[in-house]
Design a protein around this ligand. Structure first.
Ligand code: ARG
Length: 439
């Protein structure tokens, strides 16, 4: 493994920057080896993209990472049942499991588990199928649901044992009662319980769509539950399946530390999702509050300065803040994103500084900050260099943009033409606060 790792890091670098890749690899390797990730794979992925899945998992294994794979077999089960002429019955989203259904389900689940284990071993990856002994269950409701298990204990010995010996655990969604009655467990429920028992750093859902989709069918890059949950749930285009998924993810993350996150992606995009800031898929985090300060508290000021100097790679003058009539500071709890608003021309909010650390961008913290800013300042103006890497993004957010030499001045909510002209001149002439001027 030790010789492979540098080569792999270089390879990863081609996805983004190798610094990014190395940073994530270190982060993922820092937690206890069985706590890197739980990956939930639906039956659909096993049916359609087993090779892609095995390739992606083999890659992680080669990096010394041991995700715990949890799989369902819903689609295969539907097929097998209909071939046997048995009607699929669901109650509250759970498959009613009569003895007749179980007789068909069990071999199907065994087979799907074995297919994944075989595919992994075919890639030279040691894998261990765990069909029993992980989930100890009671009957969820014997009358209504038959042999559906409600998990009352998760036994991790076999999972940890597999990881210890260098094998990827591949866990099936079967459980048993204390007396040994085999029970069927809904794969999402099993994933949740496994996640709560393991408390992994990452939770990954591999789906054929590769993420949650917005109203135009595009993948939503990041969702912060604290900022976006209510709003999303109220959208008419968020259908009930997605509502359920979001609610499940919120429940799942609830007892975990804020560093934990859920990624919804596809097998093919998994590497990019994990090892770049921007990712490929949907990243869901609990999110953090964006706080508003009318006066900047001392420790926040220190954070702001460090943040700005690191992001722009320049030093601020010692007196940079002194002449600025501060209206307020928006700052993420973690101190990884901030916006400073000062009183500009005609008392209008002037966005003097805005900064988001690179890894926080992938989490959607930049978007959350911008949202908070827009809520505070219905009208405002700001400037950025023509060469600013996010000029394109500003251009999309702004209602107007005017070029003045090296500056572009942007505005939102300004109607008056004469005022606009004065704002542009004002913005272009402002002090930057940086110590040395650029050549
Ligand atoms: N690589 C990081 C992670 O796995 C960030 C991913 C960002 N992904 C996204 N869809 N915005 O946690």
């Amino acid at each position: 493994m030790s010789e492979v790792r540098p080569i792999v890091v270089e390879l990863l670098g081609q996805l983004g920057s190798s610094r990014e890749a190395r940073q994530y690899l270190e982060q993922f390797s820092r937690v206890n080896e069985s706590r890197f990730a739980v990956i939930k794979v639906g039956g659909g992925v096993l049916a359609e993209d087993l090779e892609g899945l095995a390739t992606a998992l083999a890659f992680l294994h080669r990096l010394g990472l041991y995700p715990i794979v949890m799989h369902g077999a819903g689609q295969q089960l539907d097929t097998a049942l209909s071939q046997a002429g048995i009607e699929t019955l669901k109650r509250d989203g759970l498959r009613v499991t009569s003895e007749e259904v179980m007789a068909i389900a069990r071999p199907v689940i065994y087979r799907e588990n074995a297919r994944l284990v075989d595919a992994l071993e075919g890639h030279g990856v040691r894998a261990r199928g765990l069909l029993h002994g992980v989930f100890e269950c009671d009957f969820a409701d014997r009358e209504k649901l038959g042999l559906v298990g409600q998990i009352n204990q998760v036994h991790l010995e076999a999972v940890r044992g597999a990881v210890k010996s260098g094998a990827l655990p591949v866990v099936a969604c079967l459980g048993e009662s204390r007396a040994g009655q085999v029970m069927n467990i809904n794969a999402d429920v099993a994933t949740r319980e496994l996640v709560w028992a393991i408390r992994p750093f990452k939770i990954i859902f591999l789906t054929p769509t590769g993420g949650l989709l917005d109203e135009n069918g595009r993948v939503i890059s990041a969702i912060s539950l604290s900022n976006d949950y209510e709003g999303l749930m109220a959208q008419s285009w968020v259908h009930s399946g997605m509502q359920l998924k979001l609610a499940q993810i919120r429940d799942m993350l609830e007892p975990l530390p804020p560093s934990a996150s859920v990624s919804i992606t596809s097998a093919e995009k998994l590497t990019r999702e994990l090892f770049t800031h921007t990712g490929a898929g949907t990243l869901v985090r609990k999110g953090e509050n964006i706080e508003w300060f009318q006066q900047i508290p001392g420790e926040r000021l220190a954070t702001l300065q460090t943040l700005l100097e690191a992001a722009f790679d320049r030093r601020l003058r010692a007196d940079w803040l002194y002449p600025r009539p501060v209206m307020g500071l928006l700052m993420a709890e973690s101190g990884r994103a901030a916006a400073l608003i000062i009183k500009g021309l005609d008392g209008l909010p002037y966005l003097d500084k805005i900064v988001v650390t690179p890894e926080a961008r992938g989490e959607g913290l930049g978007a959350a900050l911008w949202q908070a800013l827009r809520a505070r300042c219905p009208a405002m103006y700001w400037r950025a260099r023509v060469s600013n890497p996010i000029a394109g993004w500003y251009f999309q957010q702004a209602e107007t943009s005017h070029r003045r030499g090296q500056w572009v001045v942007y505005s939102i909510g300004i109607e008056d033409f004469d005022q606009m002209r004065r704002l542009v001149a004002d913005a272009a002439a402002r002090d930057s606060g940086w110590l040395e001027q650029r050549p």
